[in-house]
Design a protein around this ligand. Structure first.
Ligand code: JFZ
Length: 325
């Protein structure tokens, strides 16, 4: 294992947080029928082809007085988790920090200005939890030159795509890696290897070297999208949800999973995994030298649904007796 990833391998258990404007929609948009079979709550912008200006009116459903990221950190501690990865920018393109790039971010649309990345970073620092940031680099539905399925079909060129890459991805990543202290990992989301028509190897390498330059200890997951041949310096592999690696893996690996079906909060969620199922996943992972990152989808008022909080607390109680850290 590389030195950089040692803390991560030893951590074993982390929290994933999907929280954004979609949390205010709760999986439902004006009762409209689903256009795609993907029913994830956090995909509502795309699924319902919501106008980007109208989408931000979801902010009216947020209760800023009650939103306190420290509560998420305290829950992670109770559960025995060692790090937290927050969706700083999900596919909807909306930034949860006060970004100077464009106007599609919390800083521009809240008053007094809120910066959830900053608030979470401070709470993590205070409680000794490492901070990771999810950044949807490849997919961005808000930016006119970001990737989505329709634009790919329409034959968007890599040159057109580069307007988004140089204008948003690179400068926003620079902000995240400069203004919030130590960032322990960047969690990119991409489940296929890049094809030069969409994202080029050159663009992905540019992003990777920016991270190495600004925060040399920051881990970068394999969903950056470069293959092992293209980048020998992959820190760890992100597998598919609930998928297990094995002890002979060449890289440290992580299996992400969510407590329910959606990653973001869904008002009609009904597929809650039991605490036993979740503990089995954690144990399977750890027994194979892996890392388990379990997702929570808080509500627009910041509250963690009791179905989730209860399961996490039960996992923490089990770990307090049977875990070794
Ligand atoms: C992606 C996102 O589209 C989704 O909204 C969520 O953020 C999730 C963590 O990541 O969805 C995926 C990507 C890859 C797999 C499953 C869901 N996979 O490989 O099994």
């Amino acid at each position: 294992t590389n030195e950089r990833a040692k803390w991560f391998v030893d951590s074993r258990f982390g929290m994933f947080i999907h929280w954004g404007l979609y949390s205010g929609a709760e999986g439902i948009w004006k009762g409209e029928k689903l256009r795609y079979d993907n029913d994830y709550a956090e995909w509502i912008f795309y699924r319902n082809q919501i106008d980007r200006e109208e989408y931000v009116t979801l902010l009216d459903r947020f209760d800023w007085d009650s939103i306190d990221p420290e509560q998420w950190v305290l829950l992670a501690k109770k559960a025995g988790m060692k790090y937290i990865t927050l969706t700083a920018k999900h596919h909807d393109g909306f930034a949860l920090w006060d970004s100077q790039i464009g106007n599609y971010d919390l800083g521009d649309l809240t008053s007094p200005k809120r910066d959830i990345v900053k608030e979470l970073a401070e709470a993590c620092q205070k409680h000794g939890i490492k901070l990771g940031l999810y950044y949807s680099h490849w997919v961005d539905w808000e930016h006119p030159n970001g990737w989505n399925h329709e634009r790919e079909i329409a034959g968007m060129s890599n040159e057109e795509y580069d307007v988004y890459w140089q204008g948003k991805v690179i400068p926003q990543m620079r902000e995240l890696l400069t203004n919030y202290g130590e960032i322990s990992m960047i969690w990119f989301d991409m489940w296929i290897n890049h094809s030069e028509a969409i994202v080029s190897k050159k663009q992905l390498l540019q992003l990777k070297s920016l991270i190495r330059e600004l925060q040399p200890n920051c881990l970068v997951n394999s969903r950056l999208g470069l293959s092992i041949e293209e980048d020998q310096d992959i820190d760890y592999k992100t597998l598919g949800d609930n998928q297990l690696g094995d002890k002979k893996e060449d890289f440290p690996w992580q299996s992400p999973a969510t407590v329910a079906h959606s990653w973001g909060f869904h008002a009609m969620e009904e597929q809650w995994k039991s605490t036993t199922t979740l503990l089995h996943s954690l144990i399977n992972n750890v027994s194979l030298n892996g890392n388990f990152m379990l997702n929570i989808g808080p509500r627009a008022n910041g509250d963690v649904p009791y179905e989730i909080a209860q399961r996490l607390e039960e996992m923490g109680s089990w770990l307090a007796v049977n875990g070794d850290a």
